[in-house]
Design a protein around this ligand. Structure first.
Ligand code: ADP
Ligand code: TPW
Ligand code: MG
Length: 577
């Protein structure tokens, strides 16, 4: 019967070329230069992943969506193109959502694409497989959220998602794709015509000349200027212009954690080692892609000292101005355009920052560096943070193009201060939320996107949040060396619970051998009990490019509660001092 029916169709009809939702999504991604997807397969996206891979898209399959999402978020930061995370419905979507919210909070462009179950059933709450109104759940947690119901809308839907993610302040976008969409068939020619190649996805936003002049007038008036470089400045990829601006101004600069490396930490104007001094004493502060949030004590209070400050802020988001304190010179636009405009307006005769201020900062910095130096050279076993970080600092100096991923509490705070970074976008860490769990996702995303070796310095607790992805690292044979600062716990491994036989809440199994984990997947494991051993093991790993995990045995008593932010711990009024 079916055969006969086909034969009866006119020739033109039978030869009509068809396409479907699967292929249209793939074509739309490729048309927009998106070549990598991070995700976890399952209903309804398993076949989509296979077809995407067959079509030449790199599909990196993870063990947990949150880690795939973190990989996508850092891909967005590193490339200025939205990183794509692909998940199944309800639980997979929710696992990915943490990373989407993280991307939005950190201003990284990312698109979470989740399959979902059918609208008819979801909207009547009739109990579908993995039923959830995902679009409604995602909305408050991202920059924009869209659903595509018809194959003919895939082109415009994806274009919208891309533009929303990368234009203005970058952020996370949710794209909901109900299962039925993938199999929808339409005429191939109509399908091709429906695709949209996004033109100028993140248009330049040029600051007003008056804003530029106002900013320079304030900067010129400064006796003690300071420039703060945030991760927005790193993201902007205006590296040369930023360096020129800083050098022309002659002002000390302070890199935020992921702003490190825009200018090397060893640059004579770097005030990283004189942080408290410059924050306290500066009279004019120019923020470039850095918010006055908790990481900068909201621009007020003791950290910022008694003397009144004037803030200049360069940011693409107008609402960021006056968010915490008055901004006397807002410069709204993209950092590339803003810095270029400032440089032009500064001309050739710009007077560099006052010499007494510059030398006072340099002196303070030298004092602090000298004070720290001997501690970094100790060869104690078990190691303390300084001994271990001292050797890693040298390794990064010798391998400046390696990407450093870093999370933990003490492991984070001390590594940030001790390890100098030499190139832009080489330090990736917990970001605005101080979130644990970015480690392996970031390491994978960074290795895939850049092809560079990755050194991940991880607290033993921090590592645990994404540890299973070492299988992913081994499977894709990525040049990732994970160093676990194993102090038997969160902050310290020494807490004791005196109320019962349960372990204290912050401690783990003593003497764990994390290096054994990677051996299960064919990677290289090593145990390091002294800085010398650590140095040998990390150098061997970085030379080999093989997936490696080094268990660095740290003194369980070496850390302090909450690392450097113990002051943020609420205190019980009833607790005896
Ligand atoms: P940090 O944590 O390093 O201090 P934040 O994440 O607080 O940095 O701030 C980054 C800022 O950079 C955000 O306010 C964001 O709007 C801004 N930003 C991101 N990309 C650009 C860009 N291309 N041009 C201008 N501002 C940008
Ligand atoms: C998603 C709270 C902050 S730091 C940390 C936790 C659990 C771990 C610190 O121990 P680690 O480092 O990594 O061993 P070290 O060197 O000090 O011993 N859940 C999330 N994010 C955060 N920030 C926490 C919990 C936390
Ligand atoms: Mg620890």
């Amino acid at each position: 019967m079916a055969q006969a029916a086909t034969q009866e169709k006119p020739a033109a009809e039978t030869e009509r070329e068809l396409t479907d939702g699967f292929h249209l999504i793939i074509d739309a991604l490729k048309l927009n230069g998106i070549n990598t997807i991070y995700g976890v397969p399952g209903i309804p996206i398993t076949d989509f992943g296979r077809m995407a891979q067959a079509a030449g898209i790199r599909v990196i399959s993870f063990r947990h969506e949150q880690n795939a999402g973190y990989a996508a978020s850092i891909a967005g930061f590193l490339t200025k193109k939205p990183g794509i995370c692909l998940t199944v419905s309800a639980p997979g979507f929710l696992n990915g959502l943490t990373a989407l919210a993280h991307a939005t909070t950190n201003c990284f462009p990312m698109i979470l694409i989740s399959g979902s179950s059918e609208r008819e059933i979801v909207d009547l709450q009739q109990g579908d497989y993995e039923e959830m109104d995902q679009l409604a759940v995602a909305k408050p947690l991202c920059k924009a959220a869209y659903r595509i119901l018809h194959a003919r809308d895939i082109g415009i839907g994806l274009a919208r998602a891309i533009r929303a993610a990368v234009s203005g302040r970058p952020g996370g976008v949710y794209l909901d794709l109900p299962g039925k969409l993938f199999g929808q068939v339409i005429d191939a020619e109509a399908g091709r015509k429906s695709l949209v190649k996004v033109i100028d996805a993140a248009p330049a936003q040029i600051p007003a000349p008056e804003a530029v002049k106002r900013a320079l007038d304030v900067l010129k008036s400064a006796k003690r200027p300071l420039i703060i470089l945030g991760k927005g400045a790193s993201y902007a990829q205006a590296d040369d212009a930023i360096r020129t601006l800083v050098e022309k101004s002659g002002a000390p600069f302070l890199p935020m954690s992921m702003g490190k490396g825009l200018l090397p930490d060893t640059h004579p104007q770097c005030a990283g080692a004189a942080r408290s001094t410059v924050l306290r004493d500066a009279d004019v502060v120019m923020l470039i892609g850095a918010r006055l949030n908790w990481l900068l004590s909201h621009g007020k209070g003791k950290t910022w000292g008694e003397a009144p400050k004037q803030f200049i802020q360069i940011d693409i988001e107008p609402k960021e101005m006056d968010s915490n304190v008055e901004i006397v010179a807002p410069v709204v636009g993209d950092i590339g355009s803003c810095v270029a405009a400032l440089l032009t307006a500064m001309g050739n005769k710009w007077a560099a920052a006052p010499a007494d201020w510059v030398s006072a900062v340099a002196k303070k910095r030298e004092e602090n560096v000298t004070k720290m130096a001997p501690r970094l050279m100790n060869n104690n076993s078990p190691m303390d943070y300084h001994g271990a970080l001292g050797v890693l600092r040298t390794i990064v100096k010798e391998r400046p193009d390696a990407i450093l991923v870093n999370e933990g509490a003490n492991t984070l705070d001390l590594a940030r201060g001790i390890i100098d970074v030499y190139q832009p976008r080489k330090r990736l860490d917990v970001g605005t939320w101080g979130v644990m769990g970015i480690g392996m996702g970031y390491a994978i995303g960074a290795a895939i996107e850049t092809g560079k070796p990755v050194l991940a310095i991880e607290g033993d607790s921090a590592f645990g949040f994404s540890g299973m992805e070492i299988e992913t690292i081994c499977r894709y044979k990525l040049p990732v060396c994970v160093v676990i600062f194993n102090n038997d716990g969160i902050y310290r491994g020494t807490d004791v619970n005196s109320a019962s036989s349960d372990p204290a809440t912050t401690v783990f199994v003593k003497g764990s051998r994390y290096d054994k984990m990677i051996e299960a997947f064919g990677g290289v494991g090593a145990n390091a009990t002294s800085p010398d051993e650590l140095k040998r093991a990390v150098n061997a790993a970085m030379d080999s490019g093989k997936p490696t995990l080094i268990n660095a045995v740290l003194d369980p008593g070496a850390g302090s509660e909450s690392g450097r932010i113990g002051n943020l711990n609420p205190q019980s009024a009833l607790r005896k001092k």
